[in-house]
Design a protein around this ligand. Structure first.
Ligand code: GLY
Length: 327
């Protein structure tokens, strides 16, 4: 049996189809998540840059702070780090050499804010937070988002570092876009936190695909695609090729599967299964991380190489995610 068929057959929902999955899922209610310990506060985030982000977020949580403040503070660390070439300052530009940023944030009450196609602002997550807190809207985009940020006192900066510019100039020689699947070529930071009260929040921020078309927006600012939380259930973040996540509204899907009884692990596997089933997954990487309200976590990716940082029970550690394609 091919890997694909095995997955579809073995996946929690793959073999059964959407029509009857609520019945199957509810039969599994009460199952333990095999892959994690429960408990909060917990912070979980994508990729190795998650370690520093988790640390900043957990600092807020151990002092009794809110998850929403923790997630914002956590991802700001990655946004400010010029060595992280897929987020904020130092992010790789689009094919025109412009650094354009996407981000979203969501709290335990279901409030959320997002920015897309934002240029010149180092901390898009904080602009998203201001949109959430101070406007009746969810998302501002492009020039409008920039105008809003400037009105709120954010500083206009050049985000294209000389290192990123050099990489872009090298790319221009061939101008060929080929997403490479490995841990060096990762992207988004997605971060989820449960605070001491058990309230959940999430944040997601990225400079998106390097060398993308000018104006391209990925999954990261789309509530329900790049990130979603529901305080009755849990939360999820996505990383990887945004188009595939958007087509399946992956984070919302995973939270809804958990609502129906799936563990975080089962839900992540099913969401990756939907991508495997309908899209040409060979040359794309997608990774999901999810937590439920007990502080159980799960993760799954299309390809080998996805990892995430988990801060729980006093330990902040990297964990390799299981994946559909093993090698
Ligand atoms: N996941 C980030 C992007 O596709 O832009």
């Amino acid at each position: 049996m091919s890997n694909r068929r095995k997955f579809i057959k073995g996946g929690i929902l793959g073999a059964i189809g959407t029509a009857i999955f609520p019945r199957i899922i509810s039969a599994k209610k009460g199952r333990q998540n095999s892959n994690s310990k429960s408990g909060f506060p917990i912070v979980i985030s994508t990729w190795e840059h998650g370690i520093a982000a988790n640390k900043a977020a957990m600092k807020i949580l151990v002092d009794g702070g809110r998850a929403i403040d923790a997630v914002e503070s956590g991802v700001r660390v990655s946004e400010a780090d010029p060595e992280i070439m897929s987020v904020g300052f130092g992010g790789l530009p689009d094919r025109e050499g412009k650094v354009t940023l996407d981000a979203c944030i969501m709290d335990e009450t279901g409030n959320c804010g997002a920015v897309s196609f934002l240029q010149h602002i180092k901390h898009p997550i904080s602009v998203a937070r201001k949109i959430m807190d101070e406007t009746p809207h969810v998302m501002l985009s492009g020039i409008g988002a920039l105008q809003f940020a400037l009105e709120k006192g954010f500083i206009k900066e050049n985000l294209l570092t000389s290192k990123a510019k050099k990489k872009w100039q090298d790319w221009l020689k061939e101008s060929e876009y080929k997403p490479i699947i490995n841990v060096e070529n990762h992207d988004t930071i997605g971060l989820l936190a449960l605070d001491k009260k058990g309230n959940i929040s999430g944040a997601c921020t990225t400079s998106g695909l390097s060398w993308k078309m000018h104006g391209r927006v990925g999954d990261s600012p789309i509530i329900g695609a790049g990130m979603y939380v529901d305080n009755e259930v849990g939360g999820c973040c996505a990383t990887g090729l945004g188009e595939a996540v958007m087509k399946t509204l992956g984070s919302f899907l995973i939270v809804e599967l958990m609502r129906q009884g799936a563990t975080p692990q089962e839900a992540c596997e099913e969401a990756i299964g939907r991508i495997i089933k309908n899209q040409n997954y060979k040359h794309m990487q997608i990774g999901y991380i999810a937590i439920n309200k007990k502080g159980d976590h799960g993760s799954f990716a299309v390809h080998n190489g996805f990892n995430y940082a988990l801060h729980q029970g006093g330990k902040n550690q990297m964990i390799d995610s299981p994946s559909f394609v093993k090698k």
